[in-house]
Design a binder for this molecule. Structure first.
Ligand code: UDP
Length: 491
């Protein structure tokens, strides 16, 4: 019996959360497992599957054992129109809690699937803390995908344990994080609301931390040369096991077809060729890429400041703008002007970010410090102007600017929820200053760029044979196979 099971592939189920920027890295991790001869089933809903089905289909045609199992989202039961089942920039406020409710209604069905599909282990997003108990019931390991950097999770652990932010005179006074490997400072205003004052999300995060302790291990999309110090710190501080498998996007998306098809990619090729033609007409490292991820939008007052900063800067730019950002059409006028002067290119909606970042014309980017984008910029060896907005992005900024010194802070002062504009409007002068420093030919900027290029090379080494993430992946699969054998033998 043991020999029979030894020959069988390890069966792993993945359950990603229903938001674009959690689906993207978790599906990449699932594809990474399939690349390593693991039999992979991704459980999700039909609308979420559309975000990645092309990639997994291509993997199947490459002979990998990967499939999607879709579960109907109970839209009508929670009062949602058909097809509204993921969290993204366009999700109306009143629908957010309904999607959450729909997801919780699916819990029983997900649990049944874990059992029916006879998985050897489950890998689930952090936002499903209940899966720790579900896996325990089946006697199989649960691996938890923790989005974000080790630094961000270490900083949150420091806040929870020592509460340095609690005794500050005001929200704008700086405090330092006790017990972190570097001296890092922030203000209370830059902290997520749930860390300033307990709310429902604080309660959810506590459940996530509990489930982390009950899990076999956590998976991170990062790599040793980028975050080794914080990886060690996090493991010691929390007493949990973790594996760093990044950069996953670089690892599994090696063909242009994979890079082009990610997320909400457009069907029409002509538009894509437009941006590519434009970038290819520009000198090396001359263009600034400006994007704020999949979840954020700005009020018009902020868009005006960005537009003016870009138009007044002495650098060409490519700016990704969400269609719903603009209230009064001034962006269309702006686009006409910068097109006529050939200074800028506006991408409306969704950009093929992986392809853009690897284009040699790109010299740096303005980013909201979403972890996926930071990893993708690091892969591409690019320096960043950092403009954190929500989630754990203000912590990520510290890694880029203060620890790795591959970025310049725009100077954002206020954290806000992803679906809220907040009060702060960053002025064009501050945006302009950061862009100028980022793209400048001065020695300080050149040093920053050299560091970014060196980290890009380290990212590529991490996933090659003998590299840190490559070794981790082989060890992890081996460990999971041994666990399966122990389970079968009843040890
Ligand atoms: N992304 C993209 N095109 C876009 C916007 C986003 O390809 O126009 C991808 C980006 O490459 C990254 C993810 O979506 O993989 C965004 O994740 P991130 O963590 O950077 O930010 P979030 O969306 O969570 O704010």
């Amino acid at each position: 019996m043991a020999t029979e099971y030894c020959d069988e592939k390890l069966k792993v189920i993945f359950l990603p959360f229903l938001s674009t920027s959690h689906i993207i890295p978790m599906v990449d991790i699932a594809r990474l497992f399939a690349m390593h001869d693991v039999d992979v089933t991704i459980i999700t809903t039909p609308a979420a599957a559309k975000l990645f089905q092309g990639s997994t289909n291509r993997d199947s045609s490459r002979g990998r054992s990967i499939r999607t199992h879709t579960v109907k989202f109970p839209a009508s039961q929670v009062g949602l129109p058909d097809g509204v089942e993921t969290f993204n920039v366009n999700t109306p406020l009143d629908m957010i809690s309904k999607i959450g409710k729909g997801l919780s209604l699916l819990q029983g069905e997900f649990e049944q699937l874990f059992e029916d599909l006879k998985a050897d282990c489950i890998v689930t997003d952090m936002f499903y803390p209940w899966t720790a108990d579900a896996a325990a019931k089946l006697g199989i390991p649960r691996l938890m995908f923790l989005g974000g950097s080790y630094l961000a999770h270490s900083a949150q652990h420091s806040l929870k344990k020592y509460g340095p932010h609690k005794d500050m005179q005001s929200d704008t006074h700086k405090f330092a994080f006790p017990d972190l490997p570097h001296h890092l400072e922030m203000t209370r205003l830059q902290l997520p609301d749930w860390l300033r004052e307990p709310n429902g999300y604080t309660y959810l995060m506590d459940m996530i931390r509990d489930s982390e302790k009950k899990s076999y291990c956590s998976l991170f999309d990062t790599f040793y040369d980028l975050e080794g110090t914080y990886q060690e710190h996090y493991k010691t501080a929390t007493g949990t096991r973790t594996w760093s498998l990044g950069p996953v996007s670089l690892w599994v998306n090696q063909d242009a077809s994979d890079k082009a098809a990610r997320g909400h990619a457009k069907e029409e090729e002509e538009e894509e060729e437009g941006w590519l033609k434009w970038l290819n007409s520009k000198p090396e490292k001359s263009v600034l890429y400006v994007s704020f991820g999949s979840m954020s939008k700005f009020p018009s007052s902020q868009l005006v400041e960005i537009a003016q900063a870009l138009e007044e800067s002495s650098h060409d730019f490519m700016w990704v703008v969400k269609k719903r950002d603009d209230g009064d059409g001034f962006l269309e006028e702006f686009e006409k002007r910068v097109k006529a002067s050939n200074k800028g290119y506006v991408i409306w909606g969704w950009a093929p970010q992986l392809l853009i970042l690897e284009n040699s014309a790109i010299g740096g980017l303005v980013t909201h410090c979403g972890w996926n984008t930071i990893m993708e910029s690091v892969n591409a060896g690019l320096p960043m102007a950092t403009w954190p907005l929500f989630a754990e992005q203000f912590f990520n900024e510290k890694l880029v600017v203060d620890v790795q010194k591959i970025g310049v802070a725009v100077g954002a002062k206020e954290w806000r929820p992803w679906n809220d504009f907040g009060k702060e409007v960053v002025k064009k002068e501050d945006i302009g200053k950061a862009i100028a420093l980022l793209m400048s030919s001065g020695e300080e900027s050149a040093e920053m760029r050299r560091r970014a290029v060196a980290l890009g090379s380290a990212a590529k080494r991490a996933i090659q044979v003998g590299g840190s993430s490559h070794n981790n992946m082989l060890e992890l699969v081996q460990e999971l196979k041994s666990l399966r054998l122990e389970r079968i033998h009843g040890n």
